[in-house]
Ligand binder design. Sequence first.
Ligand SMILES: *[C@@H]1O[C@H](CO)[C@@H](O)[C@H](O)[C@H]1NC(C)=O
Ligand SMILES: *[C@@H]1O[C@H](CO)[C@@H](O)[C@H](O)[C@H]1NC(C)=O
Ligand SMILES: *[C@@H]1O[C@H](CO)[C@@H](O)[C@H](O)[C@H]1NC(C)=O
Ligand SMILES: *[C@@H]1O[C@H](CO)[C@@H](O)[C@H](O)[C@H]1NC(C)=O
Ligand SMILES: *[C@@H]1O[C@H](CO)[C@@H](O)[C@H](O)[C@H]1NC(C)=O
Ligand SMILES: *[C@@H]1O[C@H](CO)[C@@H](O)[C@H](O)[C@H]1NC(C)=O
Length: 278
Amino acid sequence: MLTLLSVFNLLILCGTESSAISTIIINATVGDQVLFPVPVHCGSQYGVTFLLTSPVNAKLASWGFGTPHKHALYEKRLQIHQNASLALQKVQIYDTGLYEIHIDCYDTAVMETTKTKFDLQVFEPVSKPLITINCSTKNASLSCCVSKGTNVTLYWEIQPMSGPSDRIDDKAELVISPGHEQDKYTCVVQNPISNATSDLQTLEKCNDQSSTGFVLYISISTATVLLFGLVIIIFIYIAKLTTDDKGNNTAIEKWNEETCHLSDGAIEATYITRIRSS
Ligand SMILES: *[C@@H]1O[C@H](CO)[C@@H](O)[C@H](O)[C@H]1NC(C)=O
Ligand SMILES: *[C@@H]1O[C@H](CO)[C@@H](O)[C@H](O)[C@H]1NC(C)=O
Ligand SMILES: *[C@@H]1O[C@H](CO)[C@@H](O)[C@H](O)[C@H]1NC(C)=O
Ligand SMILES: *[C@@H]1O[C@H](CO)[C@@H](O)[C@H](O)[C@H]1NC(C)=O
Ligand SMILES: *[C@@H]1O[C@H](CO)[C@@H](O)[C@H](O)[C@H]1NC(C)=O
Ligand SMILES: *[C@@H]1O[C@H](CO)[C@@H](O)[C@H](O)[C@H]1NC(C)=O
């Protein structure tokens, strides 16, 4: 027993660690399954250790030589496949970190350890960005807002009236000096695993100095048309009821004179509806 132990100690002491340590970057999406390759180039005597080295140190699994072991917190998510790979399922942002796989070959004259390092980065995909316009100053400003996604970077694309589109700025707010109201703008957001583009946006509504007045005008016009229609419908309905229930109309409400007066310079309308139960 003692000899065996000392032989092992010797093996470990003499073990030549493979000098070529490569780091494999894995960019993963939240919820994905990540496969870590386990390239075993040993005979039948080998041991595999799967370690987390950053942000904390922990031995997550080991198998091959000795009793297989899995960290309690990874029991369900970590699967060892016979085809030389290790699967970590349903990765989350907190799985981002540095991992190592050590493969120890015991049946060579001198024990060899092969280390592979993994830099696992887990990202949440970006959602479609929304552009909001602020026309209240002389230079209009566009803001790009994205509600979902981690490590998001953004840039703007301008599509002039003529000519090719151009990538312009990478700030969340884009300030546009007067004279570019006809151009079209989009905001592109991205991270290593996804990207998304906003709808095309123009500054045409900033063109009109009184853009709010214009909106009000549209609203009032629409409201007028709707109200006019409603009044006609009610009038026809009441008239129909009156003819249908002649002499038996106690239930019919007595309407007093109703006056709608809309004044907006351009529109001036007065409707008078007078309905009486008889
Ligand atoms: C190993 O097997 C698993 C499931 O059986 C599969 O998802 C994975 O792609 C395989 N990996 C390789 C490297 O063949
Ligand atoms: C628009 O910009 C002006 C000047 O920068 C600012 O005072 C105002 O709060 C902004 N409005 C909105 C809705 O962001
Ligand atoms: C992603 O963001 C986190 C937190 O802001 C940061 O620590 C990490 O370095 C970023 N990763 C990349 C690839 O930019
Ligand atoms: C508007 O933009 C121009 C350049 O595009 C800049 O010189 C000027 O200071 C800006 N004005 C305001 C009020 O931001
Ligand atoms: C992972 O994302 C980084 C940027 O953070 C990029 O440089 C690298 O090429 C990506 N790697 C893979 C394998 O997608
Ligand atoms: C955006 O994502 C699509 C796939 O969804 C990809 O084909 C395209 O190259 C990406 N564009 C950029 C600028 O990253």
